[in-house]
Design a protein around this ligand. Structure first.
Ligand code: FAD
Length: 297
């Protein structure tokens, strides 16, 4: 097998040696994280991490499975927030009556994330900590003003999701911390729509557009547009939102919002798409999805 093919395949065994821990509680997991810091890598569903190890894109000396940490696997109704534990899988989001009831755009995003294997194994914590600009859960969670809880043995802090991502594959997470939960304020939007533009279902997206909207008659009172794959980090199209909020819903205002979003994104060209296509499809999908969300409202 030539080197190019070997580095692209995801079916080969993991050639590296590494230590492996399987803590049975959050306290034990945080203690291991505190002891080994950068030298231990949390392992959730492994759908990003194991593939990078197989392809020799990274080396890890020590993996710590979060599978046995039951405290991280729950979806809880907690007064003003819905709290989603870090190891909740896409499949659990899709199946959750609470998530479907409050945040249908998040359920839809989960069902768009890869194929069946990724839905069964991929977790929301892994999705956010991997910090890909193409993270499916990020645009709807940004729209919903989600916060993430980062915990270490020294305590915990809560960070707005829009501050958590600091660059491609970069976050605020410190080496002694775990992301333990995502807290989502229980705001019910009148309308929503979510779409990922992909080559095939199993692939990462070329562009993600996720919208929620509140309406008062014909007036858009609160519209939020989350985007993926069009900037170094998942983002809200704040300038486009400003064009829409307070306006009467019309084709003209949709066109102005789409054109504004096209200018405020900074997509790159890569193996999945070109920068120009990403600008064009984002503009078009914003108009389409706002119409879909409005019709639902
Ligand atoms: C075929 C295929 C298709 C895919 N399609 C999509 C898609 O459409 N959309 C999409 O968003 N993703 C997609 N992915 C990527 C991946 O499935 C998701 O990003 C998934 O959510 C990762 O979660 P995980 O639990 O598997 O993370 P892991 O691979 O276990 O971990 C990912 C990273 O997060 C860190 N981490 C995990 N949990 C924690 C935690 N609690 N605290 C601190 N650090 C943590 C790990 O150390 C690692 O660095 C796809 C992957 C494959 C293989």
């Amino acid at each position: 097998m030539d080197n190019q093919l070997a580095s692209n395949t995801t079916t080969r065994v993991i050639a590296q040696d590494f230590d492996y821990s399987a803590p049975a509680s959050l306290a034990e997991a945080l203690s291991i994280r505190n002891e080994y810091g950068e030298d231990v890598r949390p392992l959730a569903g492994g759908t990003d991490l194991l593939i990078e190890l197989k392809a020799d894109l990274r080396e890890e000396g020590h993996l710590m499975s979060l599978d046995g940490v039951d405290e991280l696997n729950h979806i809880t109704d907690a007064d003003d927030d819905l709290v989603i534990g870090a190891t909740v899988t896409f499949d659990q989001l899709i199946e959750s009556p609470l998530v479907n009831d409050w945040f249908p755009s998040l359920s839809e995003a989960a069902s768009d994330a890869g194929g069946v294997q990724v839905e069964k194994m991929g977790t929301v914590g892994g999705n956010l900590c991997n910090a890909s600009p193409a993270a499916s859960s990020a645009p709807p969670l940004l729209n919903l003003d989600a916060r993430v809880t980062l915990q270490s043995e020294d305590g915990e802090r809560t960070v707005p999701l829009d501050e958590f991502f600091t660059g491609p594959k970069q976050t605020l997470l410190e080496s002694d911390e775990l992301l333990t939960e995502v807290r989502v304020p229980k705001t019910r939007f009148d309308g929503w729509a979510h779409e990922e533009v992909k080559r095939v279902t199993e692939d990462l997206a070329k562009a993600i557009v996720s919208v929620v909207v509140q309406r008062d008659g014909d007036v858009i009172t609160d519209c939020r547009i989350g985007l993926g794959c069009v900037a170094p980090v998942p983002m809200r199209a704040s300038n486009a939102e400003a064009v829409l909020n307070g306006e009467t819903f019309s084709d003209d205002v949709l066109a102005r919002a789409g054109a504004t979003a096209r200018e405020e994104i900074s997509p790159i060209s890569d193996s999945r798409s070109t920068s120009e296509y990403r600008r064009l499809i984002t503009e078009t999908k914003i108009e389409d999805l706002l119409t879909e969300a409005w019709d639902r409202a």
